[in-house]
Design a protein around this ligand. Structure first.
Ligand code: AHG
Ligand code: MN
Ligand code: MN
Length: 340
């Protein structure tokens, strides 16, 4: 009687660390230095996952009693996640600078060494923590030139356009903990096997469906969306379109994870409250856009490719339209015709 493999151990498994190392020869980036950064992120992901999964017991729920640079109430888990990432990254020689949604300014870990700049949203979707809805961690990795004159402004190493990212990814703490990353050679997904504490390869070279009958937007802001966006959403609800199904979790990582796997579109357009959009370019839109493009999708701010935007400041915001190519083209047409 043939044995059917019923756990990852029976089928043999590839951990995320092995996956990076297996590309050692193929990709100049998969050197020990880069692998060390990625291992640091997966370690932090395991720590954060353990805290998220015991949130109700560990007294990590609720507000931390302080606000971040955006004036948003910091949740205890925001700060714990930020601390976990700092702790798992900063002692690694290849880390030069870190920047975070929860830190007003970038942290210069090493002045003249450490070629990687890691920028992250330590906990995305914080408003969902206390009601047990999926949250996540988003990261974006750039390289920097460590040879620079005295008095070099390290901010220039941080404020790079998204197309210069050398890697990006997220960890979504959902019904399972899934890590998804790209180094520019496709998008790969790993599921945390809590019985062994490793992220195990679940899917290589993930491709976003060219079409998808899902739109994901906070329709509470409908009245203040640009006219073209309102017309597009009305089309999605029309007989001609189907209609599409609306899905909105309120955590970018979870809404994007579904869009990556099922296709369709996620949009956070300009609103009256956030005329430049709500999502942050450096640690939300850029990494998500890199993943989307690597999987065959697209990401724009309604006019420009997200990855072409030259950042002016670490915490700047941008509108975000990300998803299947056909949907991005369609919403762009509506905005050209009716106003963006
Ligand atoms: P964060 O928790 O890191 O501040 O991010 C929250 C973001 C993003 O996760 C989500 O897509 C968006 O806020 C939801 O905003 P609304 O509640 O305005 O819809
Ligand atoms: Mn976020
Ligand atoms: Mn956050």
């Amino acid at each position: 009687m043939a044995q059917t493999a019923n756990t990852s151990h029976d089928m043999g498994f590839c951990t995320v660390e092995q996956h990076i190392l297996s590309k050692q020869g193929e990709h100049p980036l998969s050197t020990g230095a880069f692998t060390s950064v990625l291992v640091g992120i997966t370690l932090a992901g395991r720590i954060i996952s353990a805290k998220v999964r015991r949130a109700g017991i560990l007294e990590v729920l609720g507000e931390a009693g302080d606000v971040n640079v955006h004036g948003e109430q910091q949740q205890k888990l925001d700060l714990l996640a930020n601390k976990a990432l700092e702790g798992c990254l900063c002692y690694r020689e290849s880390v030069g600078i870190i920047a975070s949604e929860e830190l007003d300014e970038p942290r210069i870990v090493r002045e003249t060494s450490g070629k990687y700049v890691i920028i992250f949203d330590p906990l995305d979707g914080s408003s969902n923590i206390d009601v047990n809805v999926s949250v996540g961690t988003i990261f974006s990795i750039f390289e920097r030139d460590c040879e620079h004159p005295k008095g070099h402004d390290h901010l220039n190493d941080v404020l790079q356009p998204g197309h210069k990212q050398v890697a990006a990814g997220y960890i979504v703490y959902g019904s399972s903990t899934v890590m998804c990353y790209t180094t520019g050679e496709g998008v790969h997904m790993f599921t945390l096997d809590p019985s062994v504490g490793s992220f195990v390869l679940a899917q290589e070279n993930v491709r976003m469906p060219l079409k998808g009958k899902y739109f994901s937007v906070n329709e509470g802001n409908y009245n203040s969306f640009p006219k073209g966006v309102r017309e597009y959403l009305n089309w999605c609800k029309s007989e001609e379109a189907g209609p599409y199904s609306a899905r909105y979790i309120g955590s970018l990582v979870a809404d994007f994870h579904r869009t990556l796997l099922r296709g369709g579109i996620f949009l956070y357009p300009p609103t009256a409250k956030s005329p430049k959009g709500k999502l942050r370019l450096m640690y939300e839109a850029n990494p998500i856009a890199f993943l989307a493009e690597q999987a065959g999708g697209r990401a724009t701010d309604g006019k420009r490719n997200i990855l072409e935007i030259v950042p002016g400041s670490l915490h700047e915001r941008t509108p975000l339209f990300v998803g299947s190519e056909t949907e991005i083209e369609r919403v762009e047409r509506f905005m050209q015709e009716h106003g963006a």
